[in-house]
Design a protein. Structure first.
Length: 228
């Protein structure tokens, strides 16, 4: 340990913080977008309209069966080529690594949030749905006013836990040369030849943040259980 130079972390701290800011930003956007699209997918999966339910189930099963890294590479490298062929353009569209990361994570996480929300919706008693119809509410009004608020409350700890996993998975975007927290650390480590110091610092930061968030989720889960 005597040969380690941890002063490199202090010198690179502003650059690392910008990378961490991007990581948190991508996590929040992907979690919010995944929750919105995941909720719509969950409602589609529970729909009595079979083609819609089958299409939603196919999308969810496809995304949940593929590694996230493969989805990232597929969207970044192949989707622009497919768009070029379909539209008949001379050149593929320039989506860019950062925009690809946002779209990929929202699409991928929507499949996981879908299953969480589907479980939350199914946890609500069917009698409440019948009571909503009895007072004249439509299907969408019943979902918006009665079912979804309860489903969100019931599944909030699970949604937050999935968001913590998402926060860890965001590090994969560094393979697209995106300067997230890990990507920033990799660039500093290669520039200053201080791989051990930078990777150790990144591991400590991830551990502190994820452990703290997990502890808060457990406290929240305990409070929700008391309310019930």
């Amino acid at each position: 340990m005597g040969g380690l130079d941890f002063a490199v972390i202090e010198r690179a701290l502003p650059y690392l913080m910008r990378g961490l800011q991007y990581t948190v930003q991508l996590t929040l956007v992907a979690a919010l977008g995944g929750t919105v699209f995941g909720t719509l997918l969950a409602m589609a999966r529970l729909s009595s309209f079979k083609p819609l339910a089958l299409a939603a189930a196919g999308y969810v099963n496809l995304m949940r069966s593929l590694p996230l890294l493969l989805v990232i590479f597929w969207f970044y490298f192949l989707v622009p080529v497919l768009v070029q062929k379909l539209m008949g353009w001379e050149l593929p569209p320039r989506i860019g690594p950062e925009r690809s990361a946002y779209i990929t994570f929202i699409m991928f996480e929507a499949a996981y949030f879908c299953e969480i929300m589907r479980a939350g919706i199914q946890s609500i008693s069917r009698g409440q749905v019948g009571a909503a119809y009895a007072v004249g509410l439509t299907y969408w009004q019943a979902m918006q006013l009665i079912i979804l608020p309860q489903a969100f409350r019931n599944m909030l700890p699970v949604l937050l836990t999935q968001s913590i996993i998402l926060f860890q998975d965001v590090s994969l975007v560094s393979l697209l040369n995106v300067t997230d927290f890990v990507g920033a650390a990799v660039k500093i480590a290669q520039r200053d030849s201080r791989i051990v110091e930078m990777y150790l610092f990144v591991a400590i930061v991830y551990f502190i943040m994820c452990y703290t968030l997990s502890f808060m989720v457990k406290r929240l889960q305990h409070r929700i259980a008391i309310v019930r």
